[in-house]
Design a protein around this ligand. Structure first.
Ligand code: SIN
Length: 277
């Protein structure tokens, strides 16, 4: 990060973009105490501008974690099911821990958190306090704004008005809800169009025959994860990543077992993704 320059448009925080299309590291902030109105305003602006915010050296507890989330909205609900994540003594905080006993790391496929829900969480905040000693366990984030913009006008026209089924049973198990969302959605805050399909949950484009739907989804999911609009975040102990599920998807790299990687996640409630048109 040292060679990258902070954005000049911020007075209280330092906001250093990590890549052209996604991610910024936030400095000059202490998340173990309440933020001022000026800091909160700049944090919200940075979140809109950069989609994913990273914080370093923040030894936060559950109260700090929840306070950060509540600057953005009410706390959301985590599905558990058959994933490796676990509940904690606080129902608002979920434990993300993997070690020698973990069969499969949570999130090791491109996804938007819980897009199978009729109202997916608008954002997730992951705090990792323990990282594998040999490295690994990075998280890759991709901008769905940029993925949409990079499509041809022909493809944009073809996708306009289509909807897709997001089904959570493969990830969370039987009894998980499913939902139909627009393939091209609009961010409720920025108003920008974006691609809203992902490899983990999006199973079928409703308006297309099955084979055509499979082919289009294969193309779109590969397109969404292209390196041109992705950024790979390397965790350190006590790092935090906060991502906007409405316009970014992510992939947790599972390359470190049997070493330990451990932390906690809080989610923020959202609204149903509106169609772009
Ligand atoms: C997730 O998919 O939400 C977990 C991300 C991570 O563990 O890096």
């Amino acid at each position: 990060m040292d060679s990258l320059r902070p954005d000049a448009g911020y007075d209280t925080l330092s906001v250093t973009p990590c890549s052209p299309h996604i991610g910024a590291e936030i400095g000059n902030i202490d998340l173990t105490r309440p933020l001022t109105d000026a800091e909160t305003g700049e944090l919200r602006r940075a979140f809109t501008d950069h989609l994913v915010l990273f914080f370093r050296d923040q030894r936060i507890g559950f109260d700090d974690h929840i306070r950060l989330a509540e600057y953005f909205g009410p706390i959301g609900y985590h599905f558990g099911g058959k994933t490796a994540s676990r509940s904690t003594e606080d129902p608002r905080v979920r434990k993300f821990h993997a070690d020698e006993n973990t069969a499969r790391v949570s999130g090791d496929v491109w996804h938007t958190d819980q897009s199978c829900a009729p109202v997916p969480p608008m954002a997730s905040i992951l705090y990792i306090h323990t990282i594998p000693p040999q490295g690994g366990g990075d998280t890759i984030f991709a901008s769905m704004y940029r993925a949409y913009e990079a499509l041809s006008d022909r493809m944009k026209g073809y996708l306009d008005g289509l909807t897709a089924v997001h089904d959570g049973r493969d990830v969370f198990g039987e009894g998980t809800p499913n939902a139909v969302h627009p393939v091209v959605a609009r961010h409720p805050g920025s108003g920008r169009p974006l691609l809203f399909v992902n490899g983990a949950f999006t199973k079928r484009i409703v308006e297309l025959p099955e084979q055509e739907s499979d082919a289009v989804l294969r193309f779109l999911c590969a397109h969404c994860s292209r390196p041109e609009w992705s950024f790979r975040f390397r965790w350190q102990p006590h790092s935090i990543a906060m991502w906007d599920n409405r316009c970014a998807q992510h992939f947790a790299v599972s390359d470190y077992l049997p070493s330990v990687r451990s932390g906690y996640r809080v989610q923020i409630d959202g609204v149903a993704p509106p169609a772009a048109a």
